[in-house]
Unconditional design. Structure first.
Length: 318
């Protein structure tokens, strides 16, 4: 009797274009499933083909509406388990509640841990995500986790002659290690900003550490939501940076306030984001927003995991 478990890739409703790109690269087909949103706001999911004894990968970033997409993912994992799938890998390019990974003060929930607990309770066998806000989130899981990064595809955008006079800017001390990887890959100097945070969406830059004089700043981060990272522009230019600022950010949550800030500040030349989150047409057509794809990297990782091969060599090459 054969012991091979066929590879099957499914997608929730959050980012089907990414899933379609992945299956094209892997020369396979997207599995058939249906998500229905009922009139009372409940979500119903169904798998429309047999998955017994198959290796299932369900691609579902949990972007806005976060709770709907998270619930949809949990229901799919449960449905695959009840349909006797051999293994269920949750591919979550954008991990929800990633910024709530610790108790900043008493009597708070550690929401990133809650998400991990729910996924494991539903029966997930493995988790893949990209650039989670706190690397320690991996420790919330008892199942294998593959923490991937969009750094290779984002850095490739800036690997051009016109950026030889640039500097990589970490928006705060917490991102300095991540920014250092960009600086090392692109052979550019690293600048770190120190800031004082006043809440979830308010922070004040206090000073800039590193030589930014006469250089093009490339600000890196994992998430851009309300656009607070754009507040760093004034501090950088006061420190001597050239008034042409670029941003390389993995997850484009992009609330209306971020788009408003981008539109009114001509010093921001380009915002480069990945396609971990499916963007509306207005964002895709924005003249100062560039979207690069993680599909090829994700497809290769899925292929290697299914074949039982190590992904370490692949990631080191990337």
């Amino acid at each position: 009797m054969s012991t091979h478990h066929p590879l099957r890739i499914f997608a929730g409703s959050a980012n089907r274009p990414l899933a379609e790109a992945v299956v094209r690269i892997l020369d396979t087909e997207l599995g058939k499933c249906t998500t229905t949103r009922l009139k009372d706001t409940e979500i119903h999911v169904s798998i429309d083909e047999a998955v017994r004894d198959q290796d299932v990968f369900i691609i579902q970033p949990c972007s806005a509406p976060v709770n709907d997409h998270l619930m949809e993912l949990l229901l799919y994992v449960d449905a695959f388990r009840r349909a006797s799938a051999h293994e269920i890998t949750a591919v979550i390019p954008y991990y929800p509640y990633g910024r709530q990974e610790r108790m900043a003060k008493g009597r708070e929930a550690i929401s990133a841990k809650v998400v991990a607990t729910m996924l494991e309770a539903m029966g997930v066998s493995r988790v893949i995500y990209f650039d989670v806000h706190a690397p320690a989130t991996q420790g919330f899981f008892q199942v294998p986790v593959d923490p991937l990064s969009a750094l290779p595809v984002l850095a490739a955008y800036f690997d051009r002659e016109e950026f030889r006079n640039a500097a990589i800017v970490s928006p705060d001390v917490g991102r300095a290690k991540f920014a250092g990887l960009y600086a090392e890959r692109l052979h550019l100097p690293l600048v770190v900003m120190h800031k004082r945070r006043h809440g979830f969406s308010e922070a004040e830059a206090t000073h800039v550490v590193g030589d930014i004089q006469g250089k093009i700043p490339i600000i890196i981060d994992d998430i851009i939501a309300g656009g607070s990272v754009l507040d760093e522009v004034d501090s950088l230019i006061r420190a001597g940076a050239l008034p042409e600022v670029y941003l390389a950010i993995t997850h484009g949550v992009l609330l209306p306030s971020a788009i408003e800030r981008l539109n009114r500040d001509e010093r921001i030349k380009q915002l480069v984001i990945s396609d971990t989150i499916c963007q509306p047409e207005a964002i895709r057509q924005h003249e100062r927003i560039t979207i690069v794809s993680i599909a090829e990297l994700l497809a290769r990782v899925i292929g290697r995991i299914h074949a039982g091969e190590s992904i370490s060599a692949l990631l080191s090459k990337q």
